[in-house]
Design a protein around this ligand. Structure first.
Ligand code: GDP
Ligand code: MG
Length: 476
């Protein structure tokens, strides 16, 4: 039998192979695979095939183990990837695993999040909903602010980046004929994932009654006290000598708690203090943390990844959450490349990765629409924001095509392999391994760069934040 290693090296003269070898760990991975060529034996009977399949899994495991234990393994990243690969190949069938992952990614895309916002007219519901969607009054699709509600029907506001994240403005509480029970039935309260009860002054018995009914139905609710900035301004004006911001905030909390103690004996809910025009101040991050803790995984991902990029904290949180998902995307993508099964959903075709990367741009507010809106808010040309973007989606997508080229080279290797070992599952899985590692590396790098871009863009926008406060808000 000719030495497969020699054949492959002889055969692969394309420049793209240099790219492959330049990625140190990939080349080690590839070499490890090549070494395996020398060890392999022909298999003819189905019994032998089965044995061979088992030995393949063993070999894949040992490759993963080898990568894990490499002394020069680059950072933790390659180790994590290899561990994932190892775990995955430990599973009964790679097909099952890939299908499961594909299902979970699809489910994530389709997951809906319905957030109900309740409060009396003027409490700041519309302002809060706009702020959570990264919109200002007057923007296309923004809720009208300062308008007395004339309808008692819920109004739905979709997140501009993901229409599956929906905020519901539930108007109509506070009217003399208001009955919490009838009201919640009427607004179909089973539909919502959680409720935010807003109040700009003192909480009253209607807020408490609503909260108790929601609680009885085992739904989550959060009390938010809005317009905290106004309290601070008033107190500073009234008590200029003794004014202390922390004391005023504590007084508002104590006041709410005293009221809750009288009216709700079973538990004292937490109150989050907010200023809708500048969510970053006061308790916004505490509220986000609490919601993250309470939401199931898929809904949590939906919620956090669609928050506006209002701070470095949010950008980093998005990055961490996405990092945890990338190995799934890589494996599904690798699996699709390797095994074009007829019953695999059409959505997962060759452009799967490109779509995923374009979506990442959106999540980090770097797509054309998000940048145009931000430029409008800060009253600056969009080019100034675009100048902050160092990563280029196109470049990555062409990197993806380089990987595909490399993949073709791997296929050459596979053709030789097949001559001696006509086991399609083996060659497919070899492809999965190679494609998985290369795709993962590309996606991790892309994510890092996109998050850095988002940081630079939001820093640039923050420089001009005064423009936003003083300028008229009507968009022409
Ligand atoms: N100072 C201050 N004003 C706010 C805040 N939230 C809302 N407003 C203002 O309160 C008024 C009513 O707000 P809106 O969102 O329309 O209340 P809604 O009737 O509950 O939808 C508007 O003039 C808003 O600009 C806030 O946190 N601080
Ligand atoms: Mg409103």
């Amino acid at each position: 039998m000719p030495c497969l290693h020699c054949l492959i090296v002889k055969e692969i003269k394309d420049d793209t192979f240099v790219f492959f070898l330049n990625c140190k760990n990939l080349s080690i991975f590839l070499k490890t695979q090549m070494c395996l060529c020398g060890q392999a034996r022909p298999a003819q009977t189905s019994h032998q095939n089965a044995l061979f399949e088992i030995s393949f899994f063993e070999e894949m495991r040992s490759i993963s183990k080898t990568i894990i234990s490499l002394p020069h393994a680059e950072e933790d990243l390659i180790r994590n990837l290899a561990e994932k690969l190892y775990e995955t190949f430990n599973a009964v069938s790679i097909y099952e695993v890939a299908r499961e992952l594909e299902r979970s990614l699809e489910l994530w895309g389709k997951t809906e999040l319905h957030i109900a916002v309740i409060g009396e007219t003027g409490a700041g519901k519309s302002s809060f909903i706009n702020a959570m969607r990264g919109l200002k009054p007057g923007d296309v699709g923004a809720a009208q602010v300062g308008v007395t509600a004339t309808t008692s029907n819920p109004i739905c506001y979709e997140n501009p980046n993901d229409p599956n994240v929906k905020f519901w403005d539930l108007p109509g509480i506070g009217a003399p004929e208001f009955r919490p029970n009838d009201y919640l039935e009427k607004v179909n309260f089973h539909h919502y994932d959680f409720f935010i009860i807003l109040c700009s002054k003192r909480f009253r018995d209607i807020h408490i009654d609503l909260a108790q009914i929601i609680d009885n139905e085992k739904k989550k609710f959060y009390f938010v006290r809005t317009k905290v900035d106004e309290d601070l301004t008033n107190m500073e004006r009234d008590y200029p000598r003794t004014f202390n911001e922390a004391n005023v905030l504590q007084n508002i909390r104590d006041d709410c708690n005293r009221y809750f103690q009288v009216y709700i004996r079973s538990f004292i809910p937490q109150v989050f203090l907010l200023f809708s025009c500048n969510l970053e101040r006061f308790d916004f991050y505490l509220l986000i943390e609490r919601l993250e803790g309470d939401l199931p995984t898929l809904k949590k991902l939906k919620f956090v990844l669609n928050l506006p990029n209002m701070s470095s904290d949010i950008i980093q949180q998005k990055k961490q959450l996405l990092k945890g998902e990338l190995w799934k995307v890589s494996l599904v993508s690798a699996f699709i490349n390797a095994v074009p099964l007829p019953d695999f959903p059409v959505a997962f075709n060759a452009s799967f990765l490109q779509k995923y990367m374009a979506d990442m741009y959106k999540k980090f507010g770097l797509d054309g629409d998000s940048l145009a809106l931000l430029a409008w808010h800060i009253n600056k040309p969009v080019e100034e924001l675009k100048a902050q973007i160092k990563s280029s989606q196109e470049e990555y997508i062409s990197t993806d095509s380089i990987i595909k080229k490399c993949f073709n080279i791997v296929m050459t290797f596979v053709v030789f392999w097949n001559k001696y070992f006509p086991l399609s599952v083996f060659t497919s899985l070899a492809n999965v391994g190679l494609s998985f590692i290369s795709t993962s590396r590309m996606l991790y790098k892309f994510l890092d760069q996109v998050a850095e871009d988002a940081e630079r863009v939001s820093k640039e926008a923050l420089k001009h934040v005064e423009y936003d406060i003083n300028r008229p808000l009507n968009r022409t």
